[in-house]
Design a binder for this molecule. Structure first.
Ligand code: NAD
Length: 242
């Protein structure tokens, strides 16, 4: 494992345009369950029922009922060592951008500035009727939250059946197509279009460093099977010694 940390450290230091693509795994150590790995939310709930826009439009109580098992309130969670290392790499000029599938806002809370949240964020919640926006409201459990106008509130996140925000996705594709190193962290890399991004990077001859409990992307060059909250500080420590 030590050699892999050194290889990753050398690769990042030697890069010209290193970016990160993150998924639910990087936030697991902040206490937020993943969707697909062991103990993941989709082992208990069918996403096509509980997280689809079609169901939400007919019966939003399904979506809101599982909130207690996922992210109770945006304000309840803090970044872990993995998020913090990425923020420091950006400040040191070694990481140009984070593309994240996560909706928890933890990269921004950690201090990262260039963050493309391609699935949106739970920070903003808006009214489906009048469009009024609420920032990180605390929502009482067990009920569908309503706007002052009586309309149903929905987080500004992408549910199954919804398109991704086009401008953010285009920017993410540009970064993926022009990076020379991509650090792929805590994603099962099977949700499209995000899953195309490492493929795009690889087509451009980028080196893929994957950090995951188990290898998920078949073309990764350096595979570190470890928790990101452990692996990223180890890599950072090696970088300081180079
Ligand atoms: P996923 O649930 O499909 O896969 C999680 C991956 O993380 C797995 O490959 C697993 O092996 C790995 N993993 C688990 N714990 C880890 C750890 N400590 N360190 C490193 N890797 C670890 O997640 P995904 O690929 O991001 O799925 C995509 C969808 O899940 C996205 O749409 C995203 O919005 C949503 N999601 C977001 C959050 C969040 O915002 N925190 C949480 C769950 C799911």
């Amino acid at each position: 494992m030590d050699k892999l940390f050194i290889d990753a450290a050398k690769t990042i230091i030697g890069s010209k345009r290193c970016i990160a693509l993150t998924g639910a795994g990087i936030s697991a150590e902040s206490g937020i369950p993943t969707f697909r790995s062991k103990g993941g939310l989709w082992n208990s709930y069918d996403p096509t029922v509980y997280a689809s826009i079609d169901t939400f439009m007919i019966d939003p109580s399904k979506y809101w009922s599982i909130r207690g098992d996922f992210i109770r309130n945006y304000n309840d969670y803090s970044p872990n060592q993995g998020h913090l290392v990425l923020a420091r790499l950006e400040k040191a000029g070694l990481l140009k951008c984070i593309i994240t599938q996560n909706i928890d806002g933890l990269h921004k809370k950690a201090g990262s500035e260039k963050v493309l949240e391609i699935h949106g964020s739970l920070r903003e919640i808006f009214c489906m009727s009048c469009g009024r926006e609420y920032i990180a409201p605390d929502i009482p459990p067990g009920e569908v939250p309503l706007c002052a106008c009586g309309g149903v509130l929905k987080p500004n996140t992408v549910l199954f059946g919804e398109g991704l925000p086009p401008a953010v996705l285009t920017e993410a594709e540009e970064y993926a197509g022009t990076c020379d190193v991509m650090i792929l962290i805590g994603t099962s890399a099977i949700v499209y279009p995000a899953a195309y991004l490492p493929v795009t990077a690889k087509k451009n001859s980028a080196i893929i460093i994957e950090i995951n409990l188990e290898n998920s992307f078949k073309d990764s060059d350096i595979i570190i099977e470890e928790k990101s909250g452990i692996a990223l500080p180890e890599i950072e420590a090696k970088m300081k010694k180079l």
